[in-house]
Design a protein around this ligand. Structure first.
Ligand code: LLP
Length: 421
């Protein structure tokens, strides 16, 4: 059940009318529902508890989807670990109270400092993406007199059938080690000091709305695990990568129960600890970007609804042609057709073309839906627009979880060299 709904024709997040949040905190404003995040996390946990015991799997929330400390604290409290891709995300996960023993470090180009920090903290697992990285990690770990738990991310050459910019599991993508070349690398790992190559990791892409590509990739991984064990590698973990896709418009992602059953059938017979790294499906539908209408502009043939939110706040439409439904804070019959745009100086700053909406005027509040994942985290200061504040809602309560940036904050970071006079 979605926790963002109309009640008495007013859009509510849980028990809070979104118009009151716009009033209290200003717009543009990211709002997240704690109940929705909880429901989404528990859906993963419950689906896997039906097919496995709690000690046999770890849900490492993909921090990159939404790394606000309050969101991480909430998820950590529910039992989530974290999947991180930078030293910055590690600092966030730790600051939010997620223990190092539940943190997985993924990513195609980690720095030496980041690797060293991860080893020093004793994190759960480092997902290695190349032979070069494995050699580097081995040297660092040996020097630090540590043995690092490693999964090698393999590239299974499976088409995830998702947007080209978020597909990762094809041979031509930059990610992972070619699955056919993996056994040779695992053999080398056996002799590398400081390395315990205990797992296999895979991630073929994001926003997958069918189980078929997952199934193909997991079958290839299962075959690999058998092969690796035969050659002497003691494989105890499989990392399944990101979670399932979500509904932005009319997508029908698979039920998590079926996903878990598939994992039970393909991966669990291997007797491994299962790690998963869902991001989007935990926070995506828990967030909206609230915005006020700045005005309506009548063009030669169109009406433009100009919002105070822009592509710098929510990049997904400009970057991936992504659809984020726009819901007015007050429900009324759709009578107008608008192109919905932001105020940034680019044609790409467009949220919708030809969208049917109620007649709206300057000052009206609207919500860009399903913006909890890859929304705030991907925002920028383009056009010297300060980052939008973020609010967490729980029942009747709301709290600011990131204060609004100010133009002053931004100007303070620049410096004019003395020699410019
Ligand atoms: N694990 C790894 C190694 C990943 O690269 C990703 C996402 C995830 C887990 C989480 O996947 P999810 O459960 O969220 O599908 N900015 C894009 C999405 C980029 C995803 C990158 N990797 C978007 O807005 O659609």
């Amino acid at each position: 059940m979605l926790t963002t709904q109309y009640k008495n024709k007013k859009l509510h997040m849980e028990d809070v009318a979104l118009e009151t949040l716009a009033e209290k905190y200003g717009t543009p404003l990211y709002c997240y529902s704690a109940a929705q995040i909880t429901q989404n996390f528990n859906a993963y946990r419950d689906a896997f508890l039906k097919v496995s015991a709690p000690e046999n799997f770890t849900i490492c929330y993909a921090t990159k989807a939404n790394s606000n400390l309050a969101v991480l604290r909430l998820l950590g409290g529910l039992g989530a670990g974290a999947d991180i891709v930078s030293g910055g995300e590690m600092a966030r996960a730790l600051a939010a109270g997620i223990p190092a023993s539940k943190i997985v470090f993924s990513g195609v180009g980690k720095s030496e400092d980041e690797l060293r920090a991860a080893i020093a903290k004793g994190i759960f697992q480092i997902n290695v993406e190349s032979e070069e990285e494995l050699v580097q990690l081995s040297a660092l770990a040996a020097k630090m007199k540590k043995k690092v738990p490693v999964s090698i991310r393999v590239n299974p050459d499976v088409d995830a059938k998702t947007h080209a910019k978020i597909t990762t599991g094809k041979k031509e993508n930059k990610f992972g080690v070619d699955i056919d070349r993996a056994p040779a690398l695992y053999k080398k790992a056996l002799k590398m000091p400081g390395i315990d190559a205990l797992g296999v990791a895979v991630h073929i892409g994001s926003q997958l709305t069918s189980l078929t590509p997952f199934k193909r990739a997991y079958e290839r991984v299962a075959e690999l695990v058998v092969k690796l064990r035969k050659q002497g590698n003691d494989i105890r973990r499989v990392d399944l990568g990101g979670g399932i896709g979500i509904t932005y418009k009319d997508e029908t992602p698979p039920d998590l129960t079926f996903y878990a059953l598939m994992v039970r059938d393909i991966i669990m017979p291997l007797n491994v600890h299962v790690v998963m790294e869902p991001g989007r499906s935990i926070v995506g539908n828990a967030g909206v970007l609230l915005s006020r209408v700045r005005g309506v502009k009548k063009g030669a043939s169109k009406k433009f609804l100009i919002l105070d939110a822009a592509m710098n706040d929510l990049m997904r439409p400009a970057l991936y042609d992504a659809y984020h439904a726009i819901w007015p804070a007050r429900l009324a019959a759709a009578k107008e057709t608008y192109d919905v745009v932001g105020p940034v100086c680019e044609t790409g700053d467009t949220f919708h073309i030809g969208e049917k909406l109620p007649a709206l005027k300057a000052g009206d509040v609207v919500a860009l839906m399903t913006s909890g994942a890859y929304g705030a985290v991907m925002s920028s200061n383009y056009n010297t627009r300060p980052l939008a504040p973020e609010v967490l809602v729980s029942g009747k309560k709301s709290a600011l979880i990131r204060r609004a940036q100010t133009v002053e904050d931004l100007l303070k970071q620049d410096q004019i060299p003395e020699w410019l006079g």
